[in-house]
Every structure is written in structure tokens, then in C-alpha cells.
Design a protein around this ligand. Structure first.
Ligand code: SF4
Ligand code: SF4
Length: 320
């Protein structure tokens, strides 16, 4: 059906907005939350053959969706499939996870796990090893957030990732700040601290010694031509099957606005979506969605053009 269209890169699908945890930095902990699962019926309407990759995760825990197994099988017929999880249900989903191309398990830190996630790292590591010890298994990535209270543990996290036989450690930024309470937890800035840069460098060296991949997102804010989510080639399907350019423009909170704290200031942004997944092609080609992507396409040749209004206060637009 889509034979004449070139492949897009990446579709992120929010299969659940429920979660068993209440992490310190999660927007779920601050807003009135629409907690629900996507149904398999709705999932089947997403045109996976248009994409190279599907990542089954949004603002919630994908392993809580009881139909996740069917979803993985369905998407796998058309593209590579990955997901990010908090890891609590890994043993229960072992067989389905073995079919994935990549699984990312988010971890707050060594002591940070208790402080930020309120769970025990020892228990989680046993669960992760049920996956890393499989004969046939996906690439296993440990994903962490660099925050002021956890970044010092980064070199130890490299050792932890190696000890549980993960393939990679990726250190992300606290790039969405949903509450004033979290302002100041970020480690990035226009002039990043020497101390944080040194910690990242130490973690890199340790990873080289241990022969494990390590990727740390930049912590220096610099406006990018196209943001890291690249809405030209990627998109986000919300839990209720709307098409949005990215997860940062559609949070499953009540109401039609998103609250963000950017450089310490509270900003309200209207949620953005351009039609529904069942009419993907029509929505993708619509004038309003094409115009949104067009801003980024033009910036590649005319870097002085301003970012779309809803992106100006998103940290992802600043190379983080
Ligand atoms: S595990 Fe993820 S979705 Fe769940 S509360 Fe923590 S940050 Fe939010
Ligand atoms: S800058 Fe932020 S809000 Fe804009 S498209 Fe990128 S990730 Fe989404």
C-alpha cells in the first residue's frame, strides 16, 4: 500500500501510560494523569511498514500492557522493534523480550535508584540478568538520567552495566522539567561545570577499560538545526492513537496544555497532534503537519530561521 513512499525512520508508540512507580522526576508525579493502555485493535492501525524502527514506549511502563506480546509480534513483521522499561516485570515477559531488537532498562543510579525510583538495585539487577543470560537476546542498554544528585555515580554505573552483561550504558539529560521542584536538578547549561565534565570523562575511560559501550548526551546547551527527536523523519503515537511530532509535545495529563520549566521559568505550551494513526498518510501530508516539519527542513539550509514556537522552550532543541 505504501510502496511509493520512502521509509520514515522511527515511530515511538505509547502502549501504556500506567506505571507502578512514582519517580522523583516523572511528570506523572506532578499532573492529573490519564493512566491507560493502548488496545491491540488500535495498535494494528499504525502503519509500521512506513518505518524502519518502532519503539514501544511513551510516558508510562510498556510491560504493564497485557497485549504487549501480540503488539511485538505484529510490529516485528514490518520493522525493528525496541522498548524502554523500568525493568520490574522483565522475568514475566522474558519470551516476548527475546524477540526484540533492543531493550533499554532505565536505572536512576546506584544509591540513586532508591532515592529517585524508590526501588532496590539488587532486585532489579537479578531481573535484568534473566534477559542478559538468554542465549538469543536483544541488545541490552542501561539508560540513566544525569541529574545533580546522581551524576557522581556514573563511573560506578558503567561497572554495574558491565557486571550484569549489558551491551551499553547511555546517560541522558533531564530534558523535560515538569515542576518547579525539579528546577536545578539538571546538569546541563550553557557553561557546563568542569566537575560534571570530569565525571563524564571518568565514566568514558572506565567504559573503555571494561570494553562496554558508553554514550553520554552533551551537557552544553547549543541550539541545534534539527532537534534530537528529528520530527522530519520520526513521530510519536499517543496512547489514544493521535500523531504528534514527539513525546515532548503530547503528555497524557488532563487538559490541552503542557507545563514546562525552561531556564527556570514556567512555560505553557499547547499540546500538538496532527490527526490519528488510522489515517496516517492523510495526517502526515496535511498542510499543518507539513508546515511544522517544513520549519526544520528549511533550517538545514537557512540556520537563522527561528525554531517552531512550541520548540523554543524544549531542551531537546538545544542539543541535549
Ligand atoms: S518508571 Fe518511568 S513512567 Fe514510571 S514513574 Fe518512573 S519515570 Fe515515570
Ligand atoms: S524541539 Fe522538543 S518539542 Fe520540538 S519537536 Fe523536538 S523534541 Fe519535540
Amino acid at each position: 500500500m505504501f510502496l511509493f513512499f520512502s521509509k520514515l525512520n522511527f515511530v515511538q508508540v505509547e502502549v501504556s501510560t500506567r506505571c507502578q512507580l512514582s519517580c522523583l522526576m516523572c511528570p506523572k508525579s506532578f499532573f492529573r494523569w490519564k493512566a491507560m493502555d493502548m488496545s491491540f485493535e488500535d495498535f494494528k492501525k499504525i502503519p509500521f511498514s512506513r518505518f524502519r524502527y518502532a519503539h514501544l514506549q511513551g510516558w508510562g511502563e510498556p510491560l504493564l500492557n497485557p497485549e504487549l506480546g501480540e503488539m511485538i509480534d505484529f510490529a516485528k513483521k514490518s520493522c525493528k522493534v525496541s522498548l524502554t522499561t523500568n525493568g520490574l516485570l522483565l522475568p514475566e515477559w522474558k519470551e516476548e523480550i527475546a524477540k526484540l531488537d533492543l531493550i533499554a532498562i532505565s536505572i536512576a543510579g546506584i544509591d540513586g535508584q532508591r532515592e529517585v525510583r524508590k526501588t532496590k538495585l539488587e532486585e532489579l539487577s537479578e531481573k535484568i540478568e534473566t534477559i542478559t543470560s538468554l542465549k538469543k537476546r536483544p541488545k541490552v542498554v542501561i539508560a540513566t538520567l544525569m541529574m545533580k544528585n546522581t551524576i557522581s555515580e556514573l563511573p560506578m554505573l558503567v561497572e554495574f552495566a558491565k557486571s550484569i552483561k549489558a551491551d551499553e550504558l547511555i546517560a541522558n539529560n533531564l530534558d523535560y522539567i515538569p515542576s518547579k521542584d525539579l528546577v536545578g536538578y539538571e546538569v546541563f547549561s550553557e557553561n557546563p561545570s568542569e566537575e560534571y565534565l570530569r565525571i563524564i570523562e571518568t565514566a568514558k575511560k572506565r567504559a573503555e577499560e571494561l570494553k562496554i559501550n558508553f554514550v553520554a548526551r552533551p551537557i552544553k546547551m547549543e541550539e541545534a538545526l534539527v532537534c534530537a527527536e528529528n520530527p522530519i523523519k520520526n513521530c510519536f503515537i499517543t496512547v489514544d492513537c493521535k500523531i504528534s511530532p514527539c513525546a515532548y509535545l503530547h503528555i497524557p495529563s488532563e487538559g490541552d496544555e503542557i507545563t514546562r520549566f525552561f531556564k527556570g521559568e514556567e512555560i505553557k505550551v499547547k499540546k500538538q497532534y496532527f490527526g490519528y494513526a488510522k489515517e496516517f498518510q492523510k495526517a502526515w501530508k496535511s498542510k499543518v503537519y507539513s508546515d511544522f516539519r517544513g520549519v526544520y527542513e528549511r533550517r538545514l539550509f537557512e540556520p537563522h530561521l527561528p525554531l517552531p514556537e512550541c520548540c523554543k522552550s524544549c531542551y531537546k532543541a538545544y542539543s541535549l
